[in-house]
Design a protein around this ligand. Structure first.
Ligand SMILES: Nc1ncnc2c1ncn2[C@@H]1O[C@H](COP(=O)(O)OP(=O)(O)O)[C@@H](O)[C@H]1O
Ligand SMILES: [Mg+2]
Length: 301
C-alpha cells in the first residue's frame, strides 16, 4: 500500500519510525514535504505535486503537520481527501484540534473534564477575567504555545495582572486557566489509536518547574492509568474526531482533566519510555482503516 507521510522533517524521529514501520510491513511509504507541495484544484482531476512530479495512487495519508503550517498543511491534506485517499486525521479534525478555544468548547460540551478556562479578547479588563477564572494563582497560556514556551504561572493577583497586560499590549491571544497545584508539576501523555490506548507515560518537570514538557528538561516515567483516566482519554480523542491522538491529562482533586489533544503526537518519548512499537501499531491501524474505506468506496456506501 502506498502511504504518504506529510512531514517537513524527513529526519525527524517520528517520521523515520513511521517509514521504518510501513516498510517492515511491506508497504511503500513516501515522505512528502507538504510545505513545498503544490496543488491543482480541479473538479475532475485534483492533484498534488511535489519535486516536479505528481503524487499519484495514494491510498493512505498520515499528516504530521507542524503547528505553524496548519492551514497550508490542512489544504494539502484536503486535496488528498478529494483524491479519495484515507487520511489518518481528517483536514477538518486537524484544523479543529489546533484551535484551542474550539477544542476546549467541544470537550466541555461532551462532558470531558478540563481545568476551568477563560478565553478573552485583547480588550478585556484584566481584573474582571482574573476574577472569572477564580483569581491567582493562575496559569496564563499563549494560544500558539508549544513545548511550554508560552505558558506562565502567575502566583499572585498582581503578577497575573501584569502578565495579562503585557500579553494584551502585544496583541497576543491567550487564555487563563485554573492552576492545578496538586498535579505537582506532572502530567500524563496518553496515546490513543482508534478506540484503544496503546501507550502512556507520566512526565514530570524539573524541581521547582510546574511545566512537565520534556523539551523543558522534564523527565518521563511509567504510569498506570485508572479506568477513569482511560475513559477520559478515549472520549477526548473521539470528541475531537482524532483517531491517532496524544491526549494530555493532568491529575486533579476532582479527577483527570484534559489539557490538550495533539493530532500528531511525537513518538520518541513514548516509544523510549514504554519500549513499544507505537509506530507499528499506527501503521496497522491505518492499513485496516484504508482497506475498510476501499471496500465502502467500491460498493458506493
Ligand atoms: N492548568 C494547569 N495547571 C497546572 N499545570 C499546568 C496547567 N496547564 C499546563 N500545565 C503544565 O504546563 C505544561 C505545558 O502546558 P500546555 O498547556 O501543555 O502547553 P504547551 O502546548 O506549550 O505544551 C503542561 O504539560 C503541564 O505540565
Ligand atoms: Mg503540552
Amino acid at each position: 500500500m502506498k502511504i504518504v507521510i506529510l512531514s517537513a522533517g524527513r529526519s525527524n524521529y517520528s517520521t523515520k519510525r513511521l517509514v521504518e514501520a510501513a516498510e517492515s510491513k511491506g508497504h511503500t511509504p513516501v515522505v512528502v514535504d507538504y510545505t513545498k507541495a503544490y496543488m491543482a484544484i480541479e473538479s475532475r482531476n485534483p492533484s498534488v505535486h511535489w519535486e516536479g512530479r505528481s503524487v499519484d495512487e495514494v491510498e493512505a495519508v498520515i499528516p504530521r503537520i507542524a503547528a505553524r503550517y496548519t492551514n497550508y498543511g490542512a489544504a494539502v491534506l484536503r486535496q488528498f481527501e478529494m483524491m479519495r485517499a484515507y487520511t489518518a486525521t481528517s483536514s477538518l479534525a486537524l484544523v479543529r484540534s489546533r484551535d484551542k478555544l474550539r477544542s476546549m468548547q467541544l470537550l466541555a460540551r461532551a462532558g470531558v473534564g478540563i481545568p476551568k478556562t477563560v478565553f478573552a479578547s485583547q480588550t478585556s479588563d484584566a481584573a474582571e477575567i482574573l476574577e472569572l477564572v477564580g483569581g491567582a494563582p493562575v496559569v496564563v497560556k499563549l494560544l500558539e504555545s508549544t513545548q511550554g514556551k508560552g505558558v506562565v504561572l502567575a502566583e499572585t493577583k498582581k503578577a497575573a495582572k501584569s502578565v495579562i497586560e503585557a500579553f494584551n499590549s502585544i496583541n497576543a491571544n491567550f487564555m487563563l486557566q485554573e492552576f492545578i497545584e496538586e498535579a505537582d508539576g506532572a502530567d500524563i501523555r496518553v496515546i490513543v489509536v482508534g478506540d484503544k490506548i496503546v501507550g502512556a507515560m507520566m512526565r514530570k518537570g524539573q524541581e521547582g518547574e510546574f511545566r512537565s514538557n520534556l523539551h523543558r528538561g522534564g523527565e518521563s516515567m511509567s504510569v498506570e492509568l485508572t479506568k477513569k483516566e482511560q475513559n477520559v482519554a478515549l472520549k477526548a480523542a473521539s470528541t475531537l474526531g482524532i483517531s491517532i491522538a496524544g491526549v494530555d491529562l493532568i491529575r486533579s482533586k476532582r479527577g483527570p482533566l484534559v489539557l490538550e489533544v495533539n493530532s500528531s503526537p511525537g513518538l520518541e518519548g513514548i516509544e523510549t519510555q514504554t519500549g513499544k512499537d507505537i509506530a507499528g501499531v499506527m501503521i496497522d491501524f491505518i492499513v485496516e482503516r484504508t482497506k475498510g474505506k476501499r471496500r465502502r468506496d467500491k460498493i458506493g456506501a
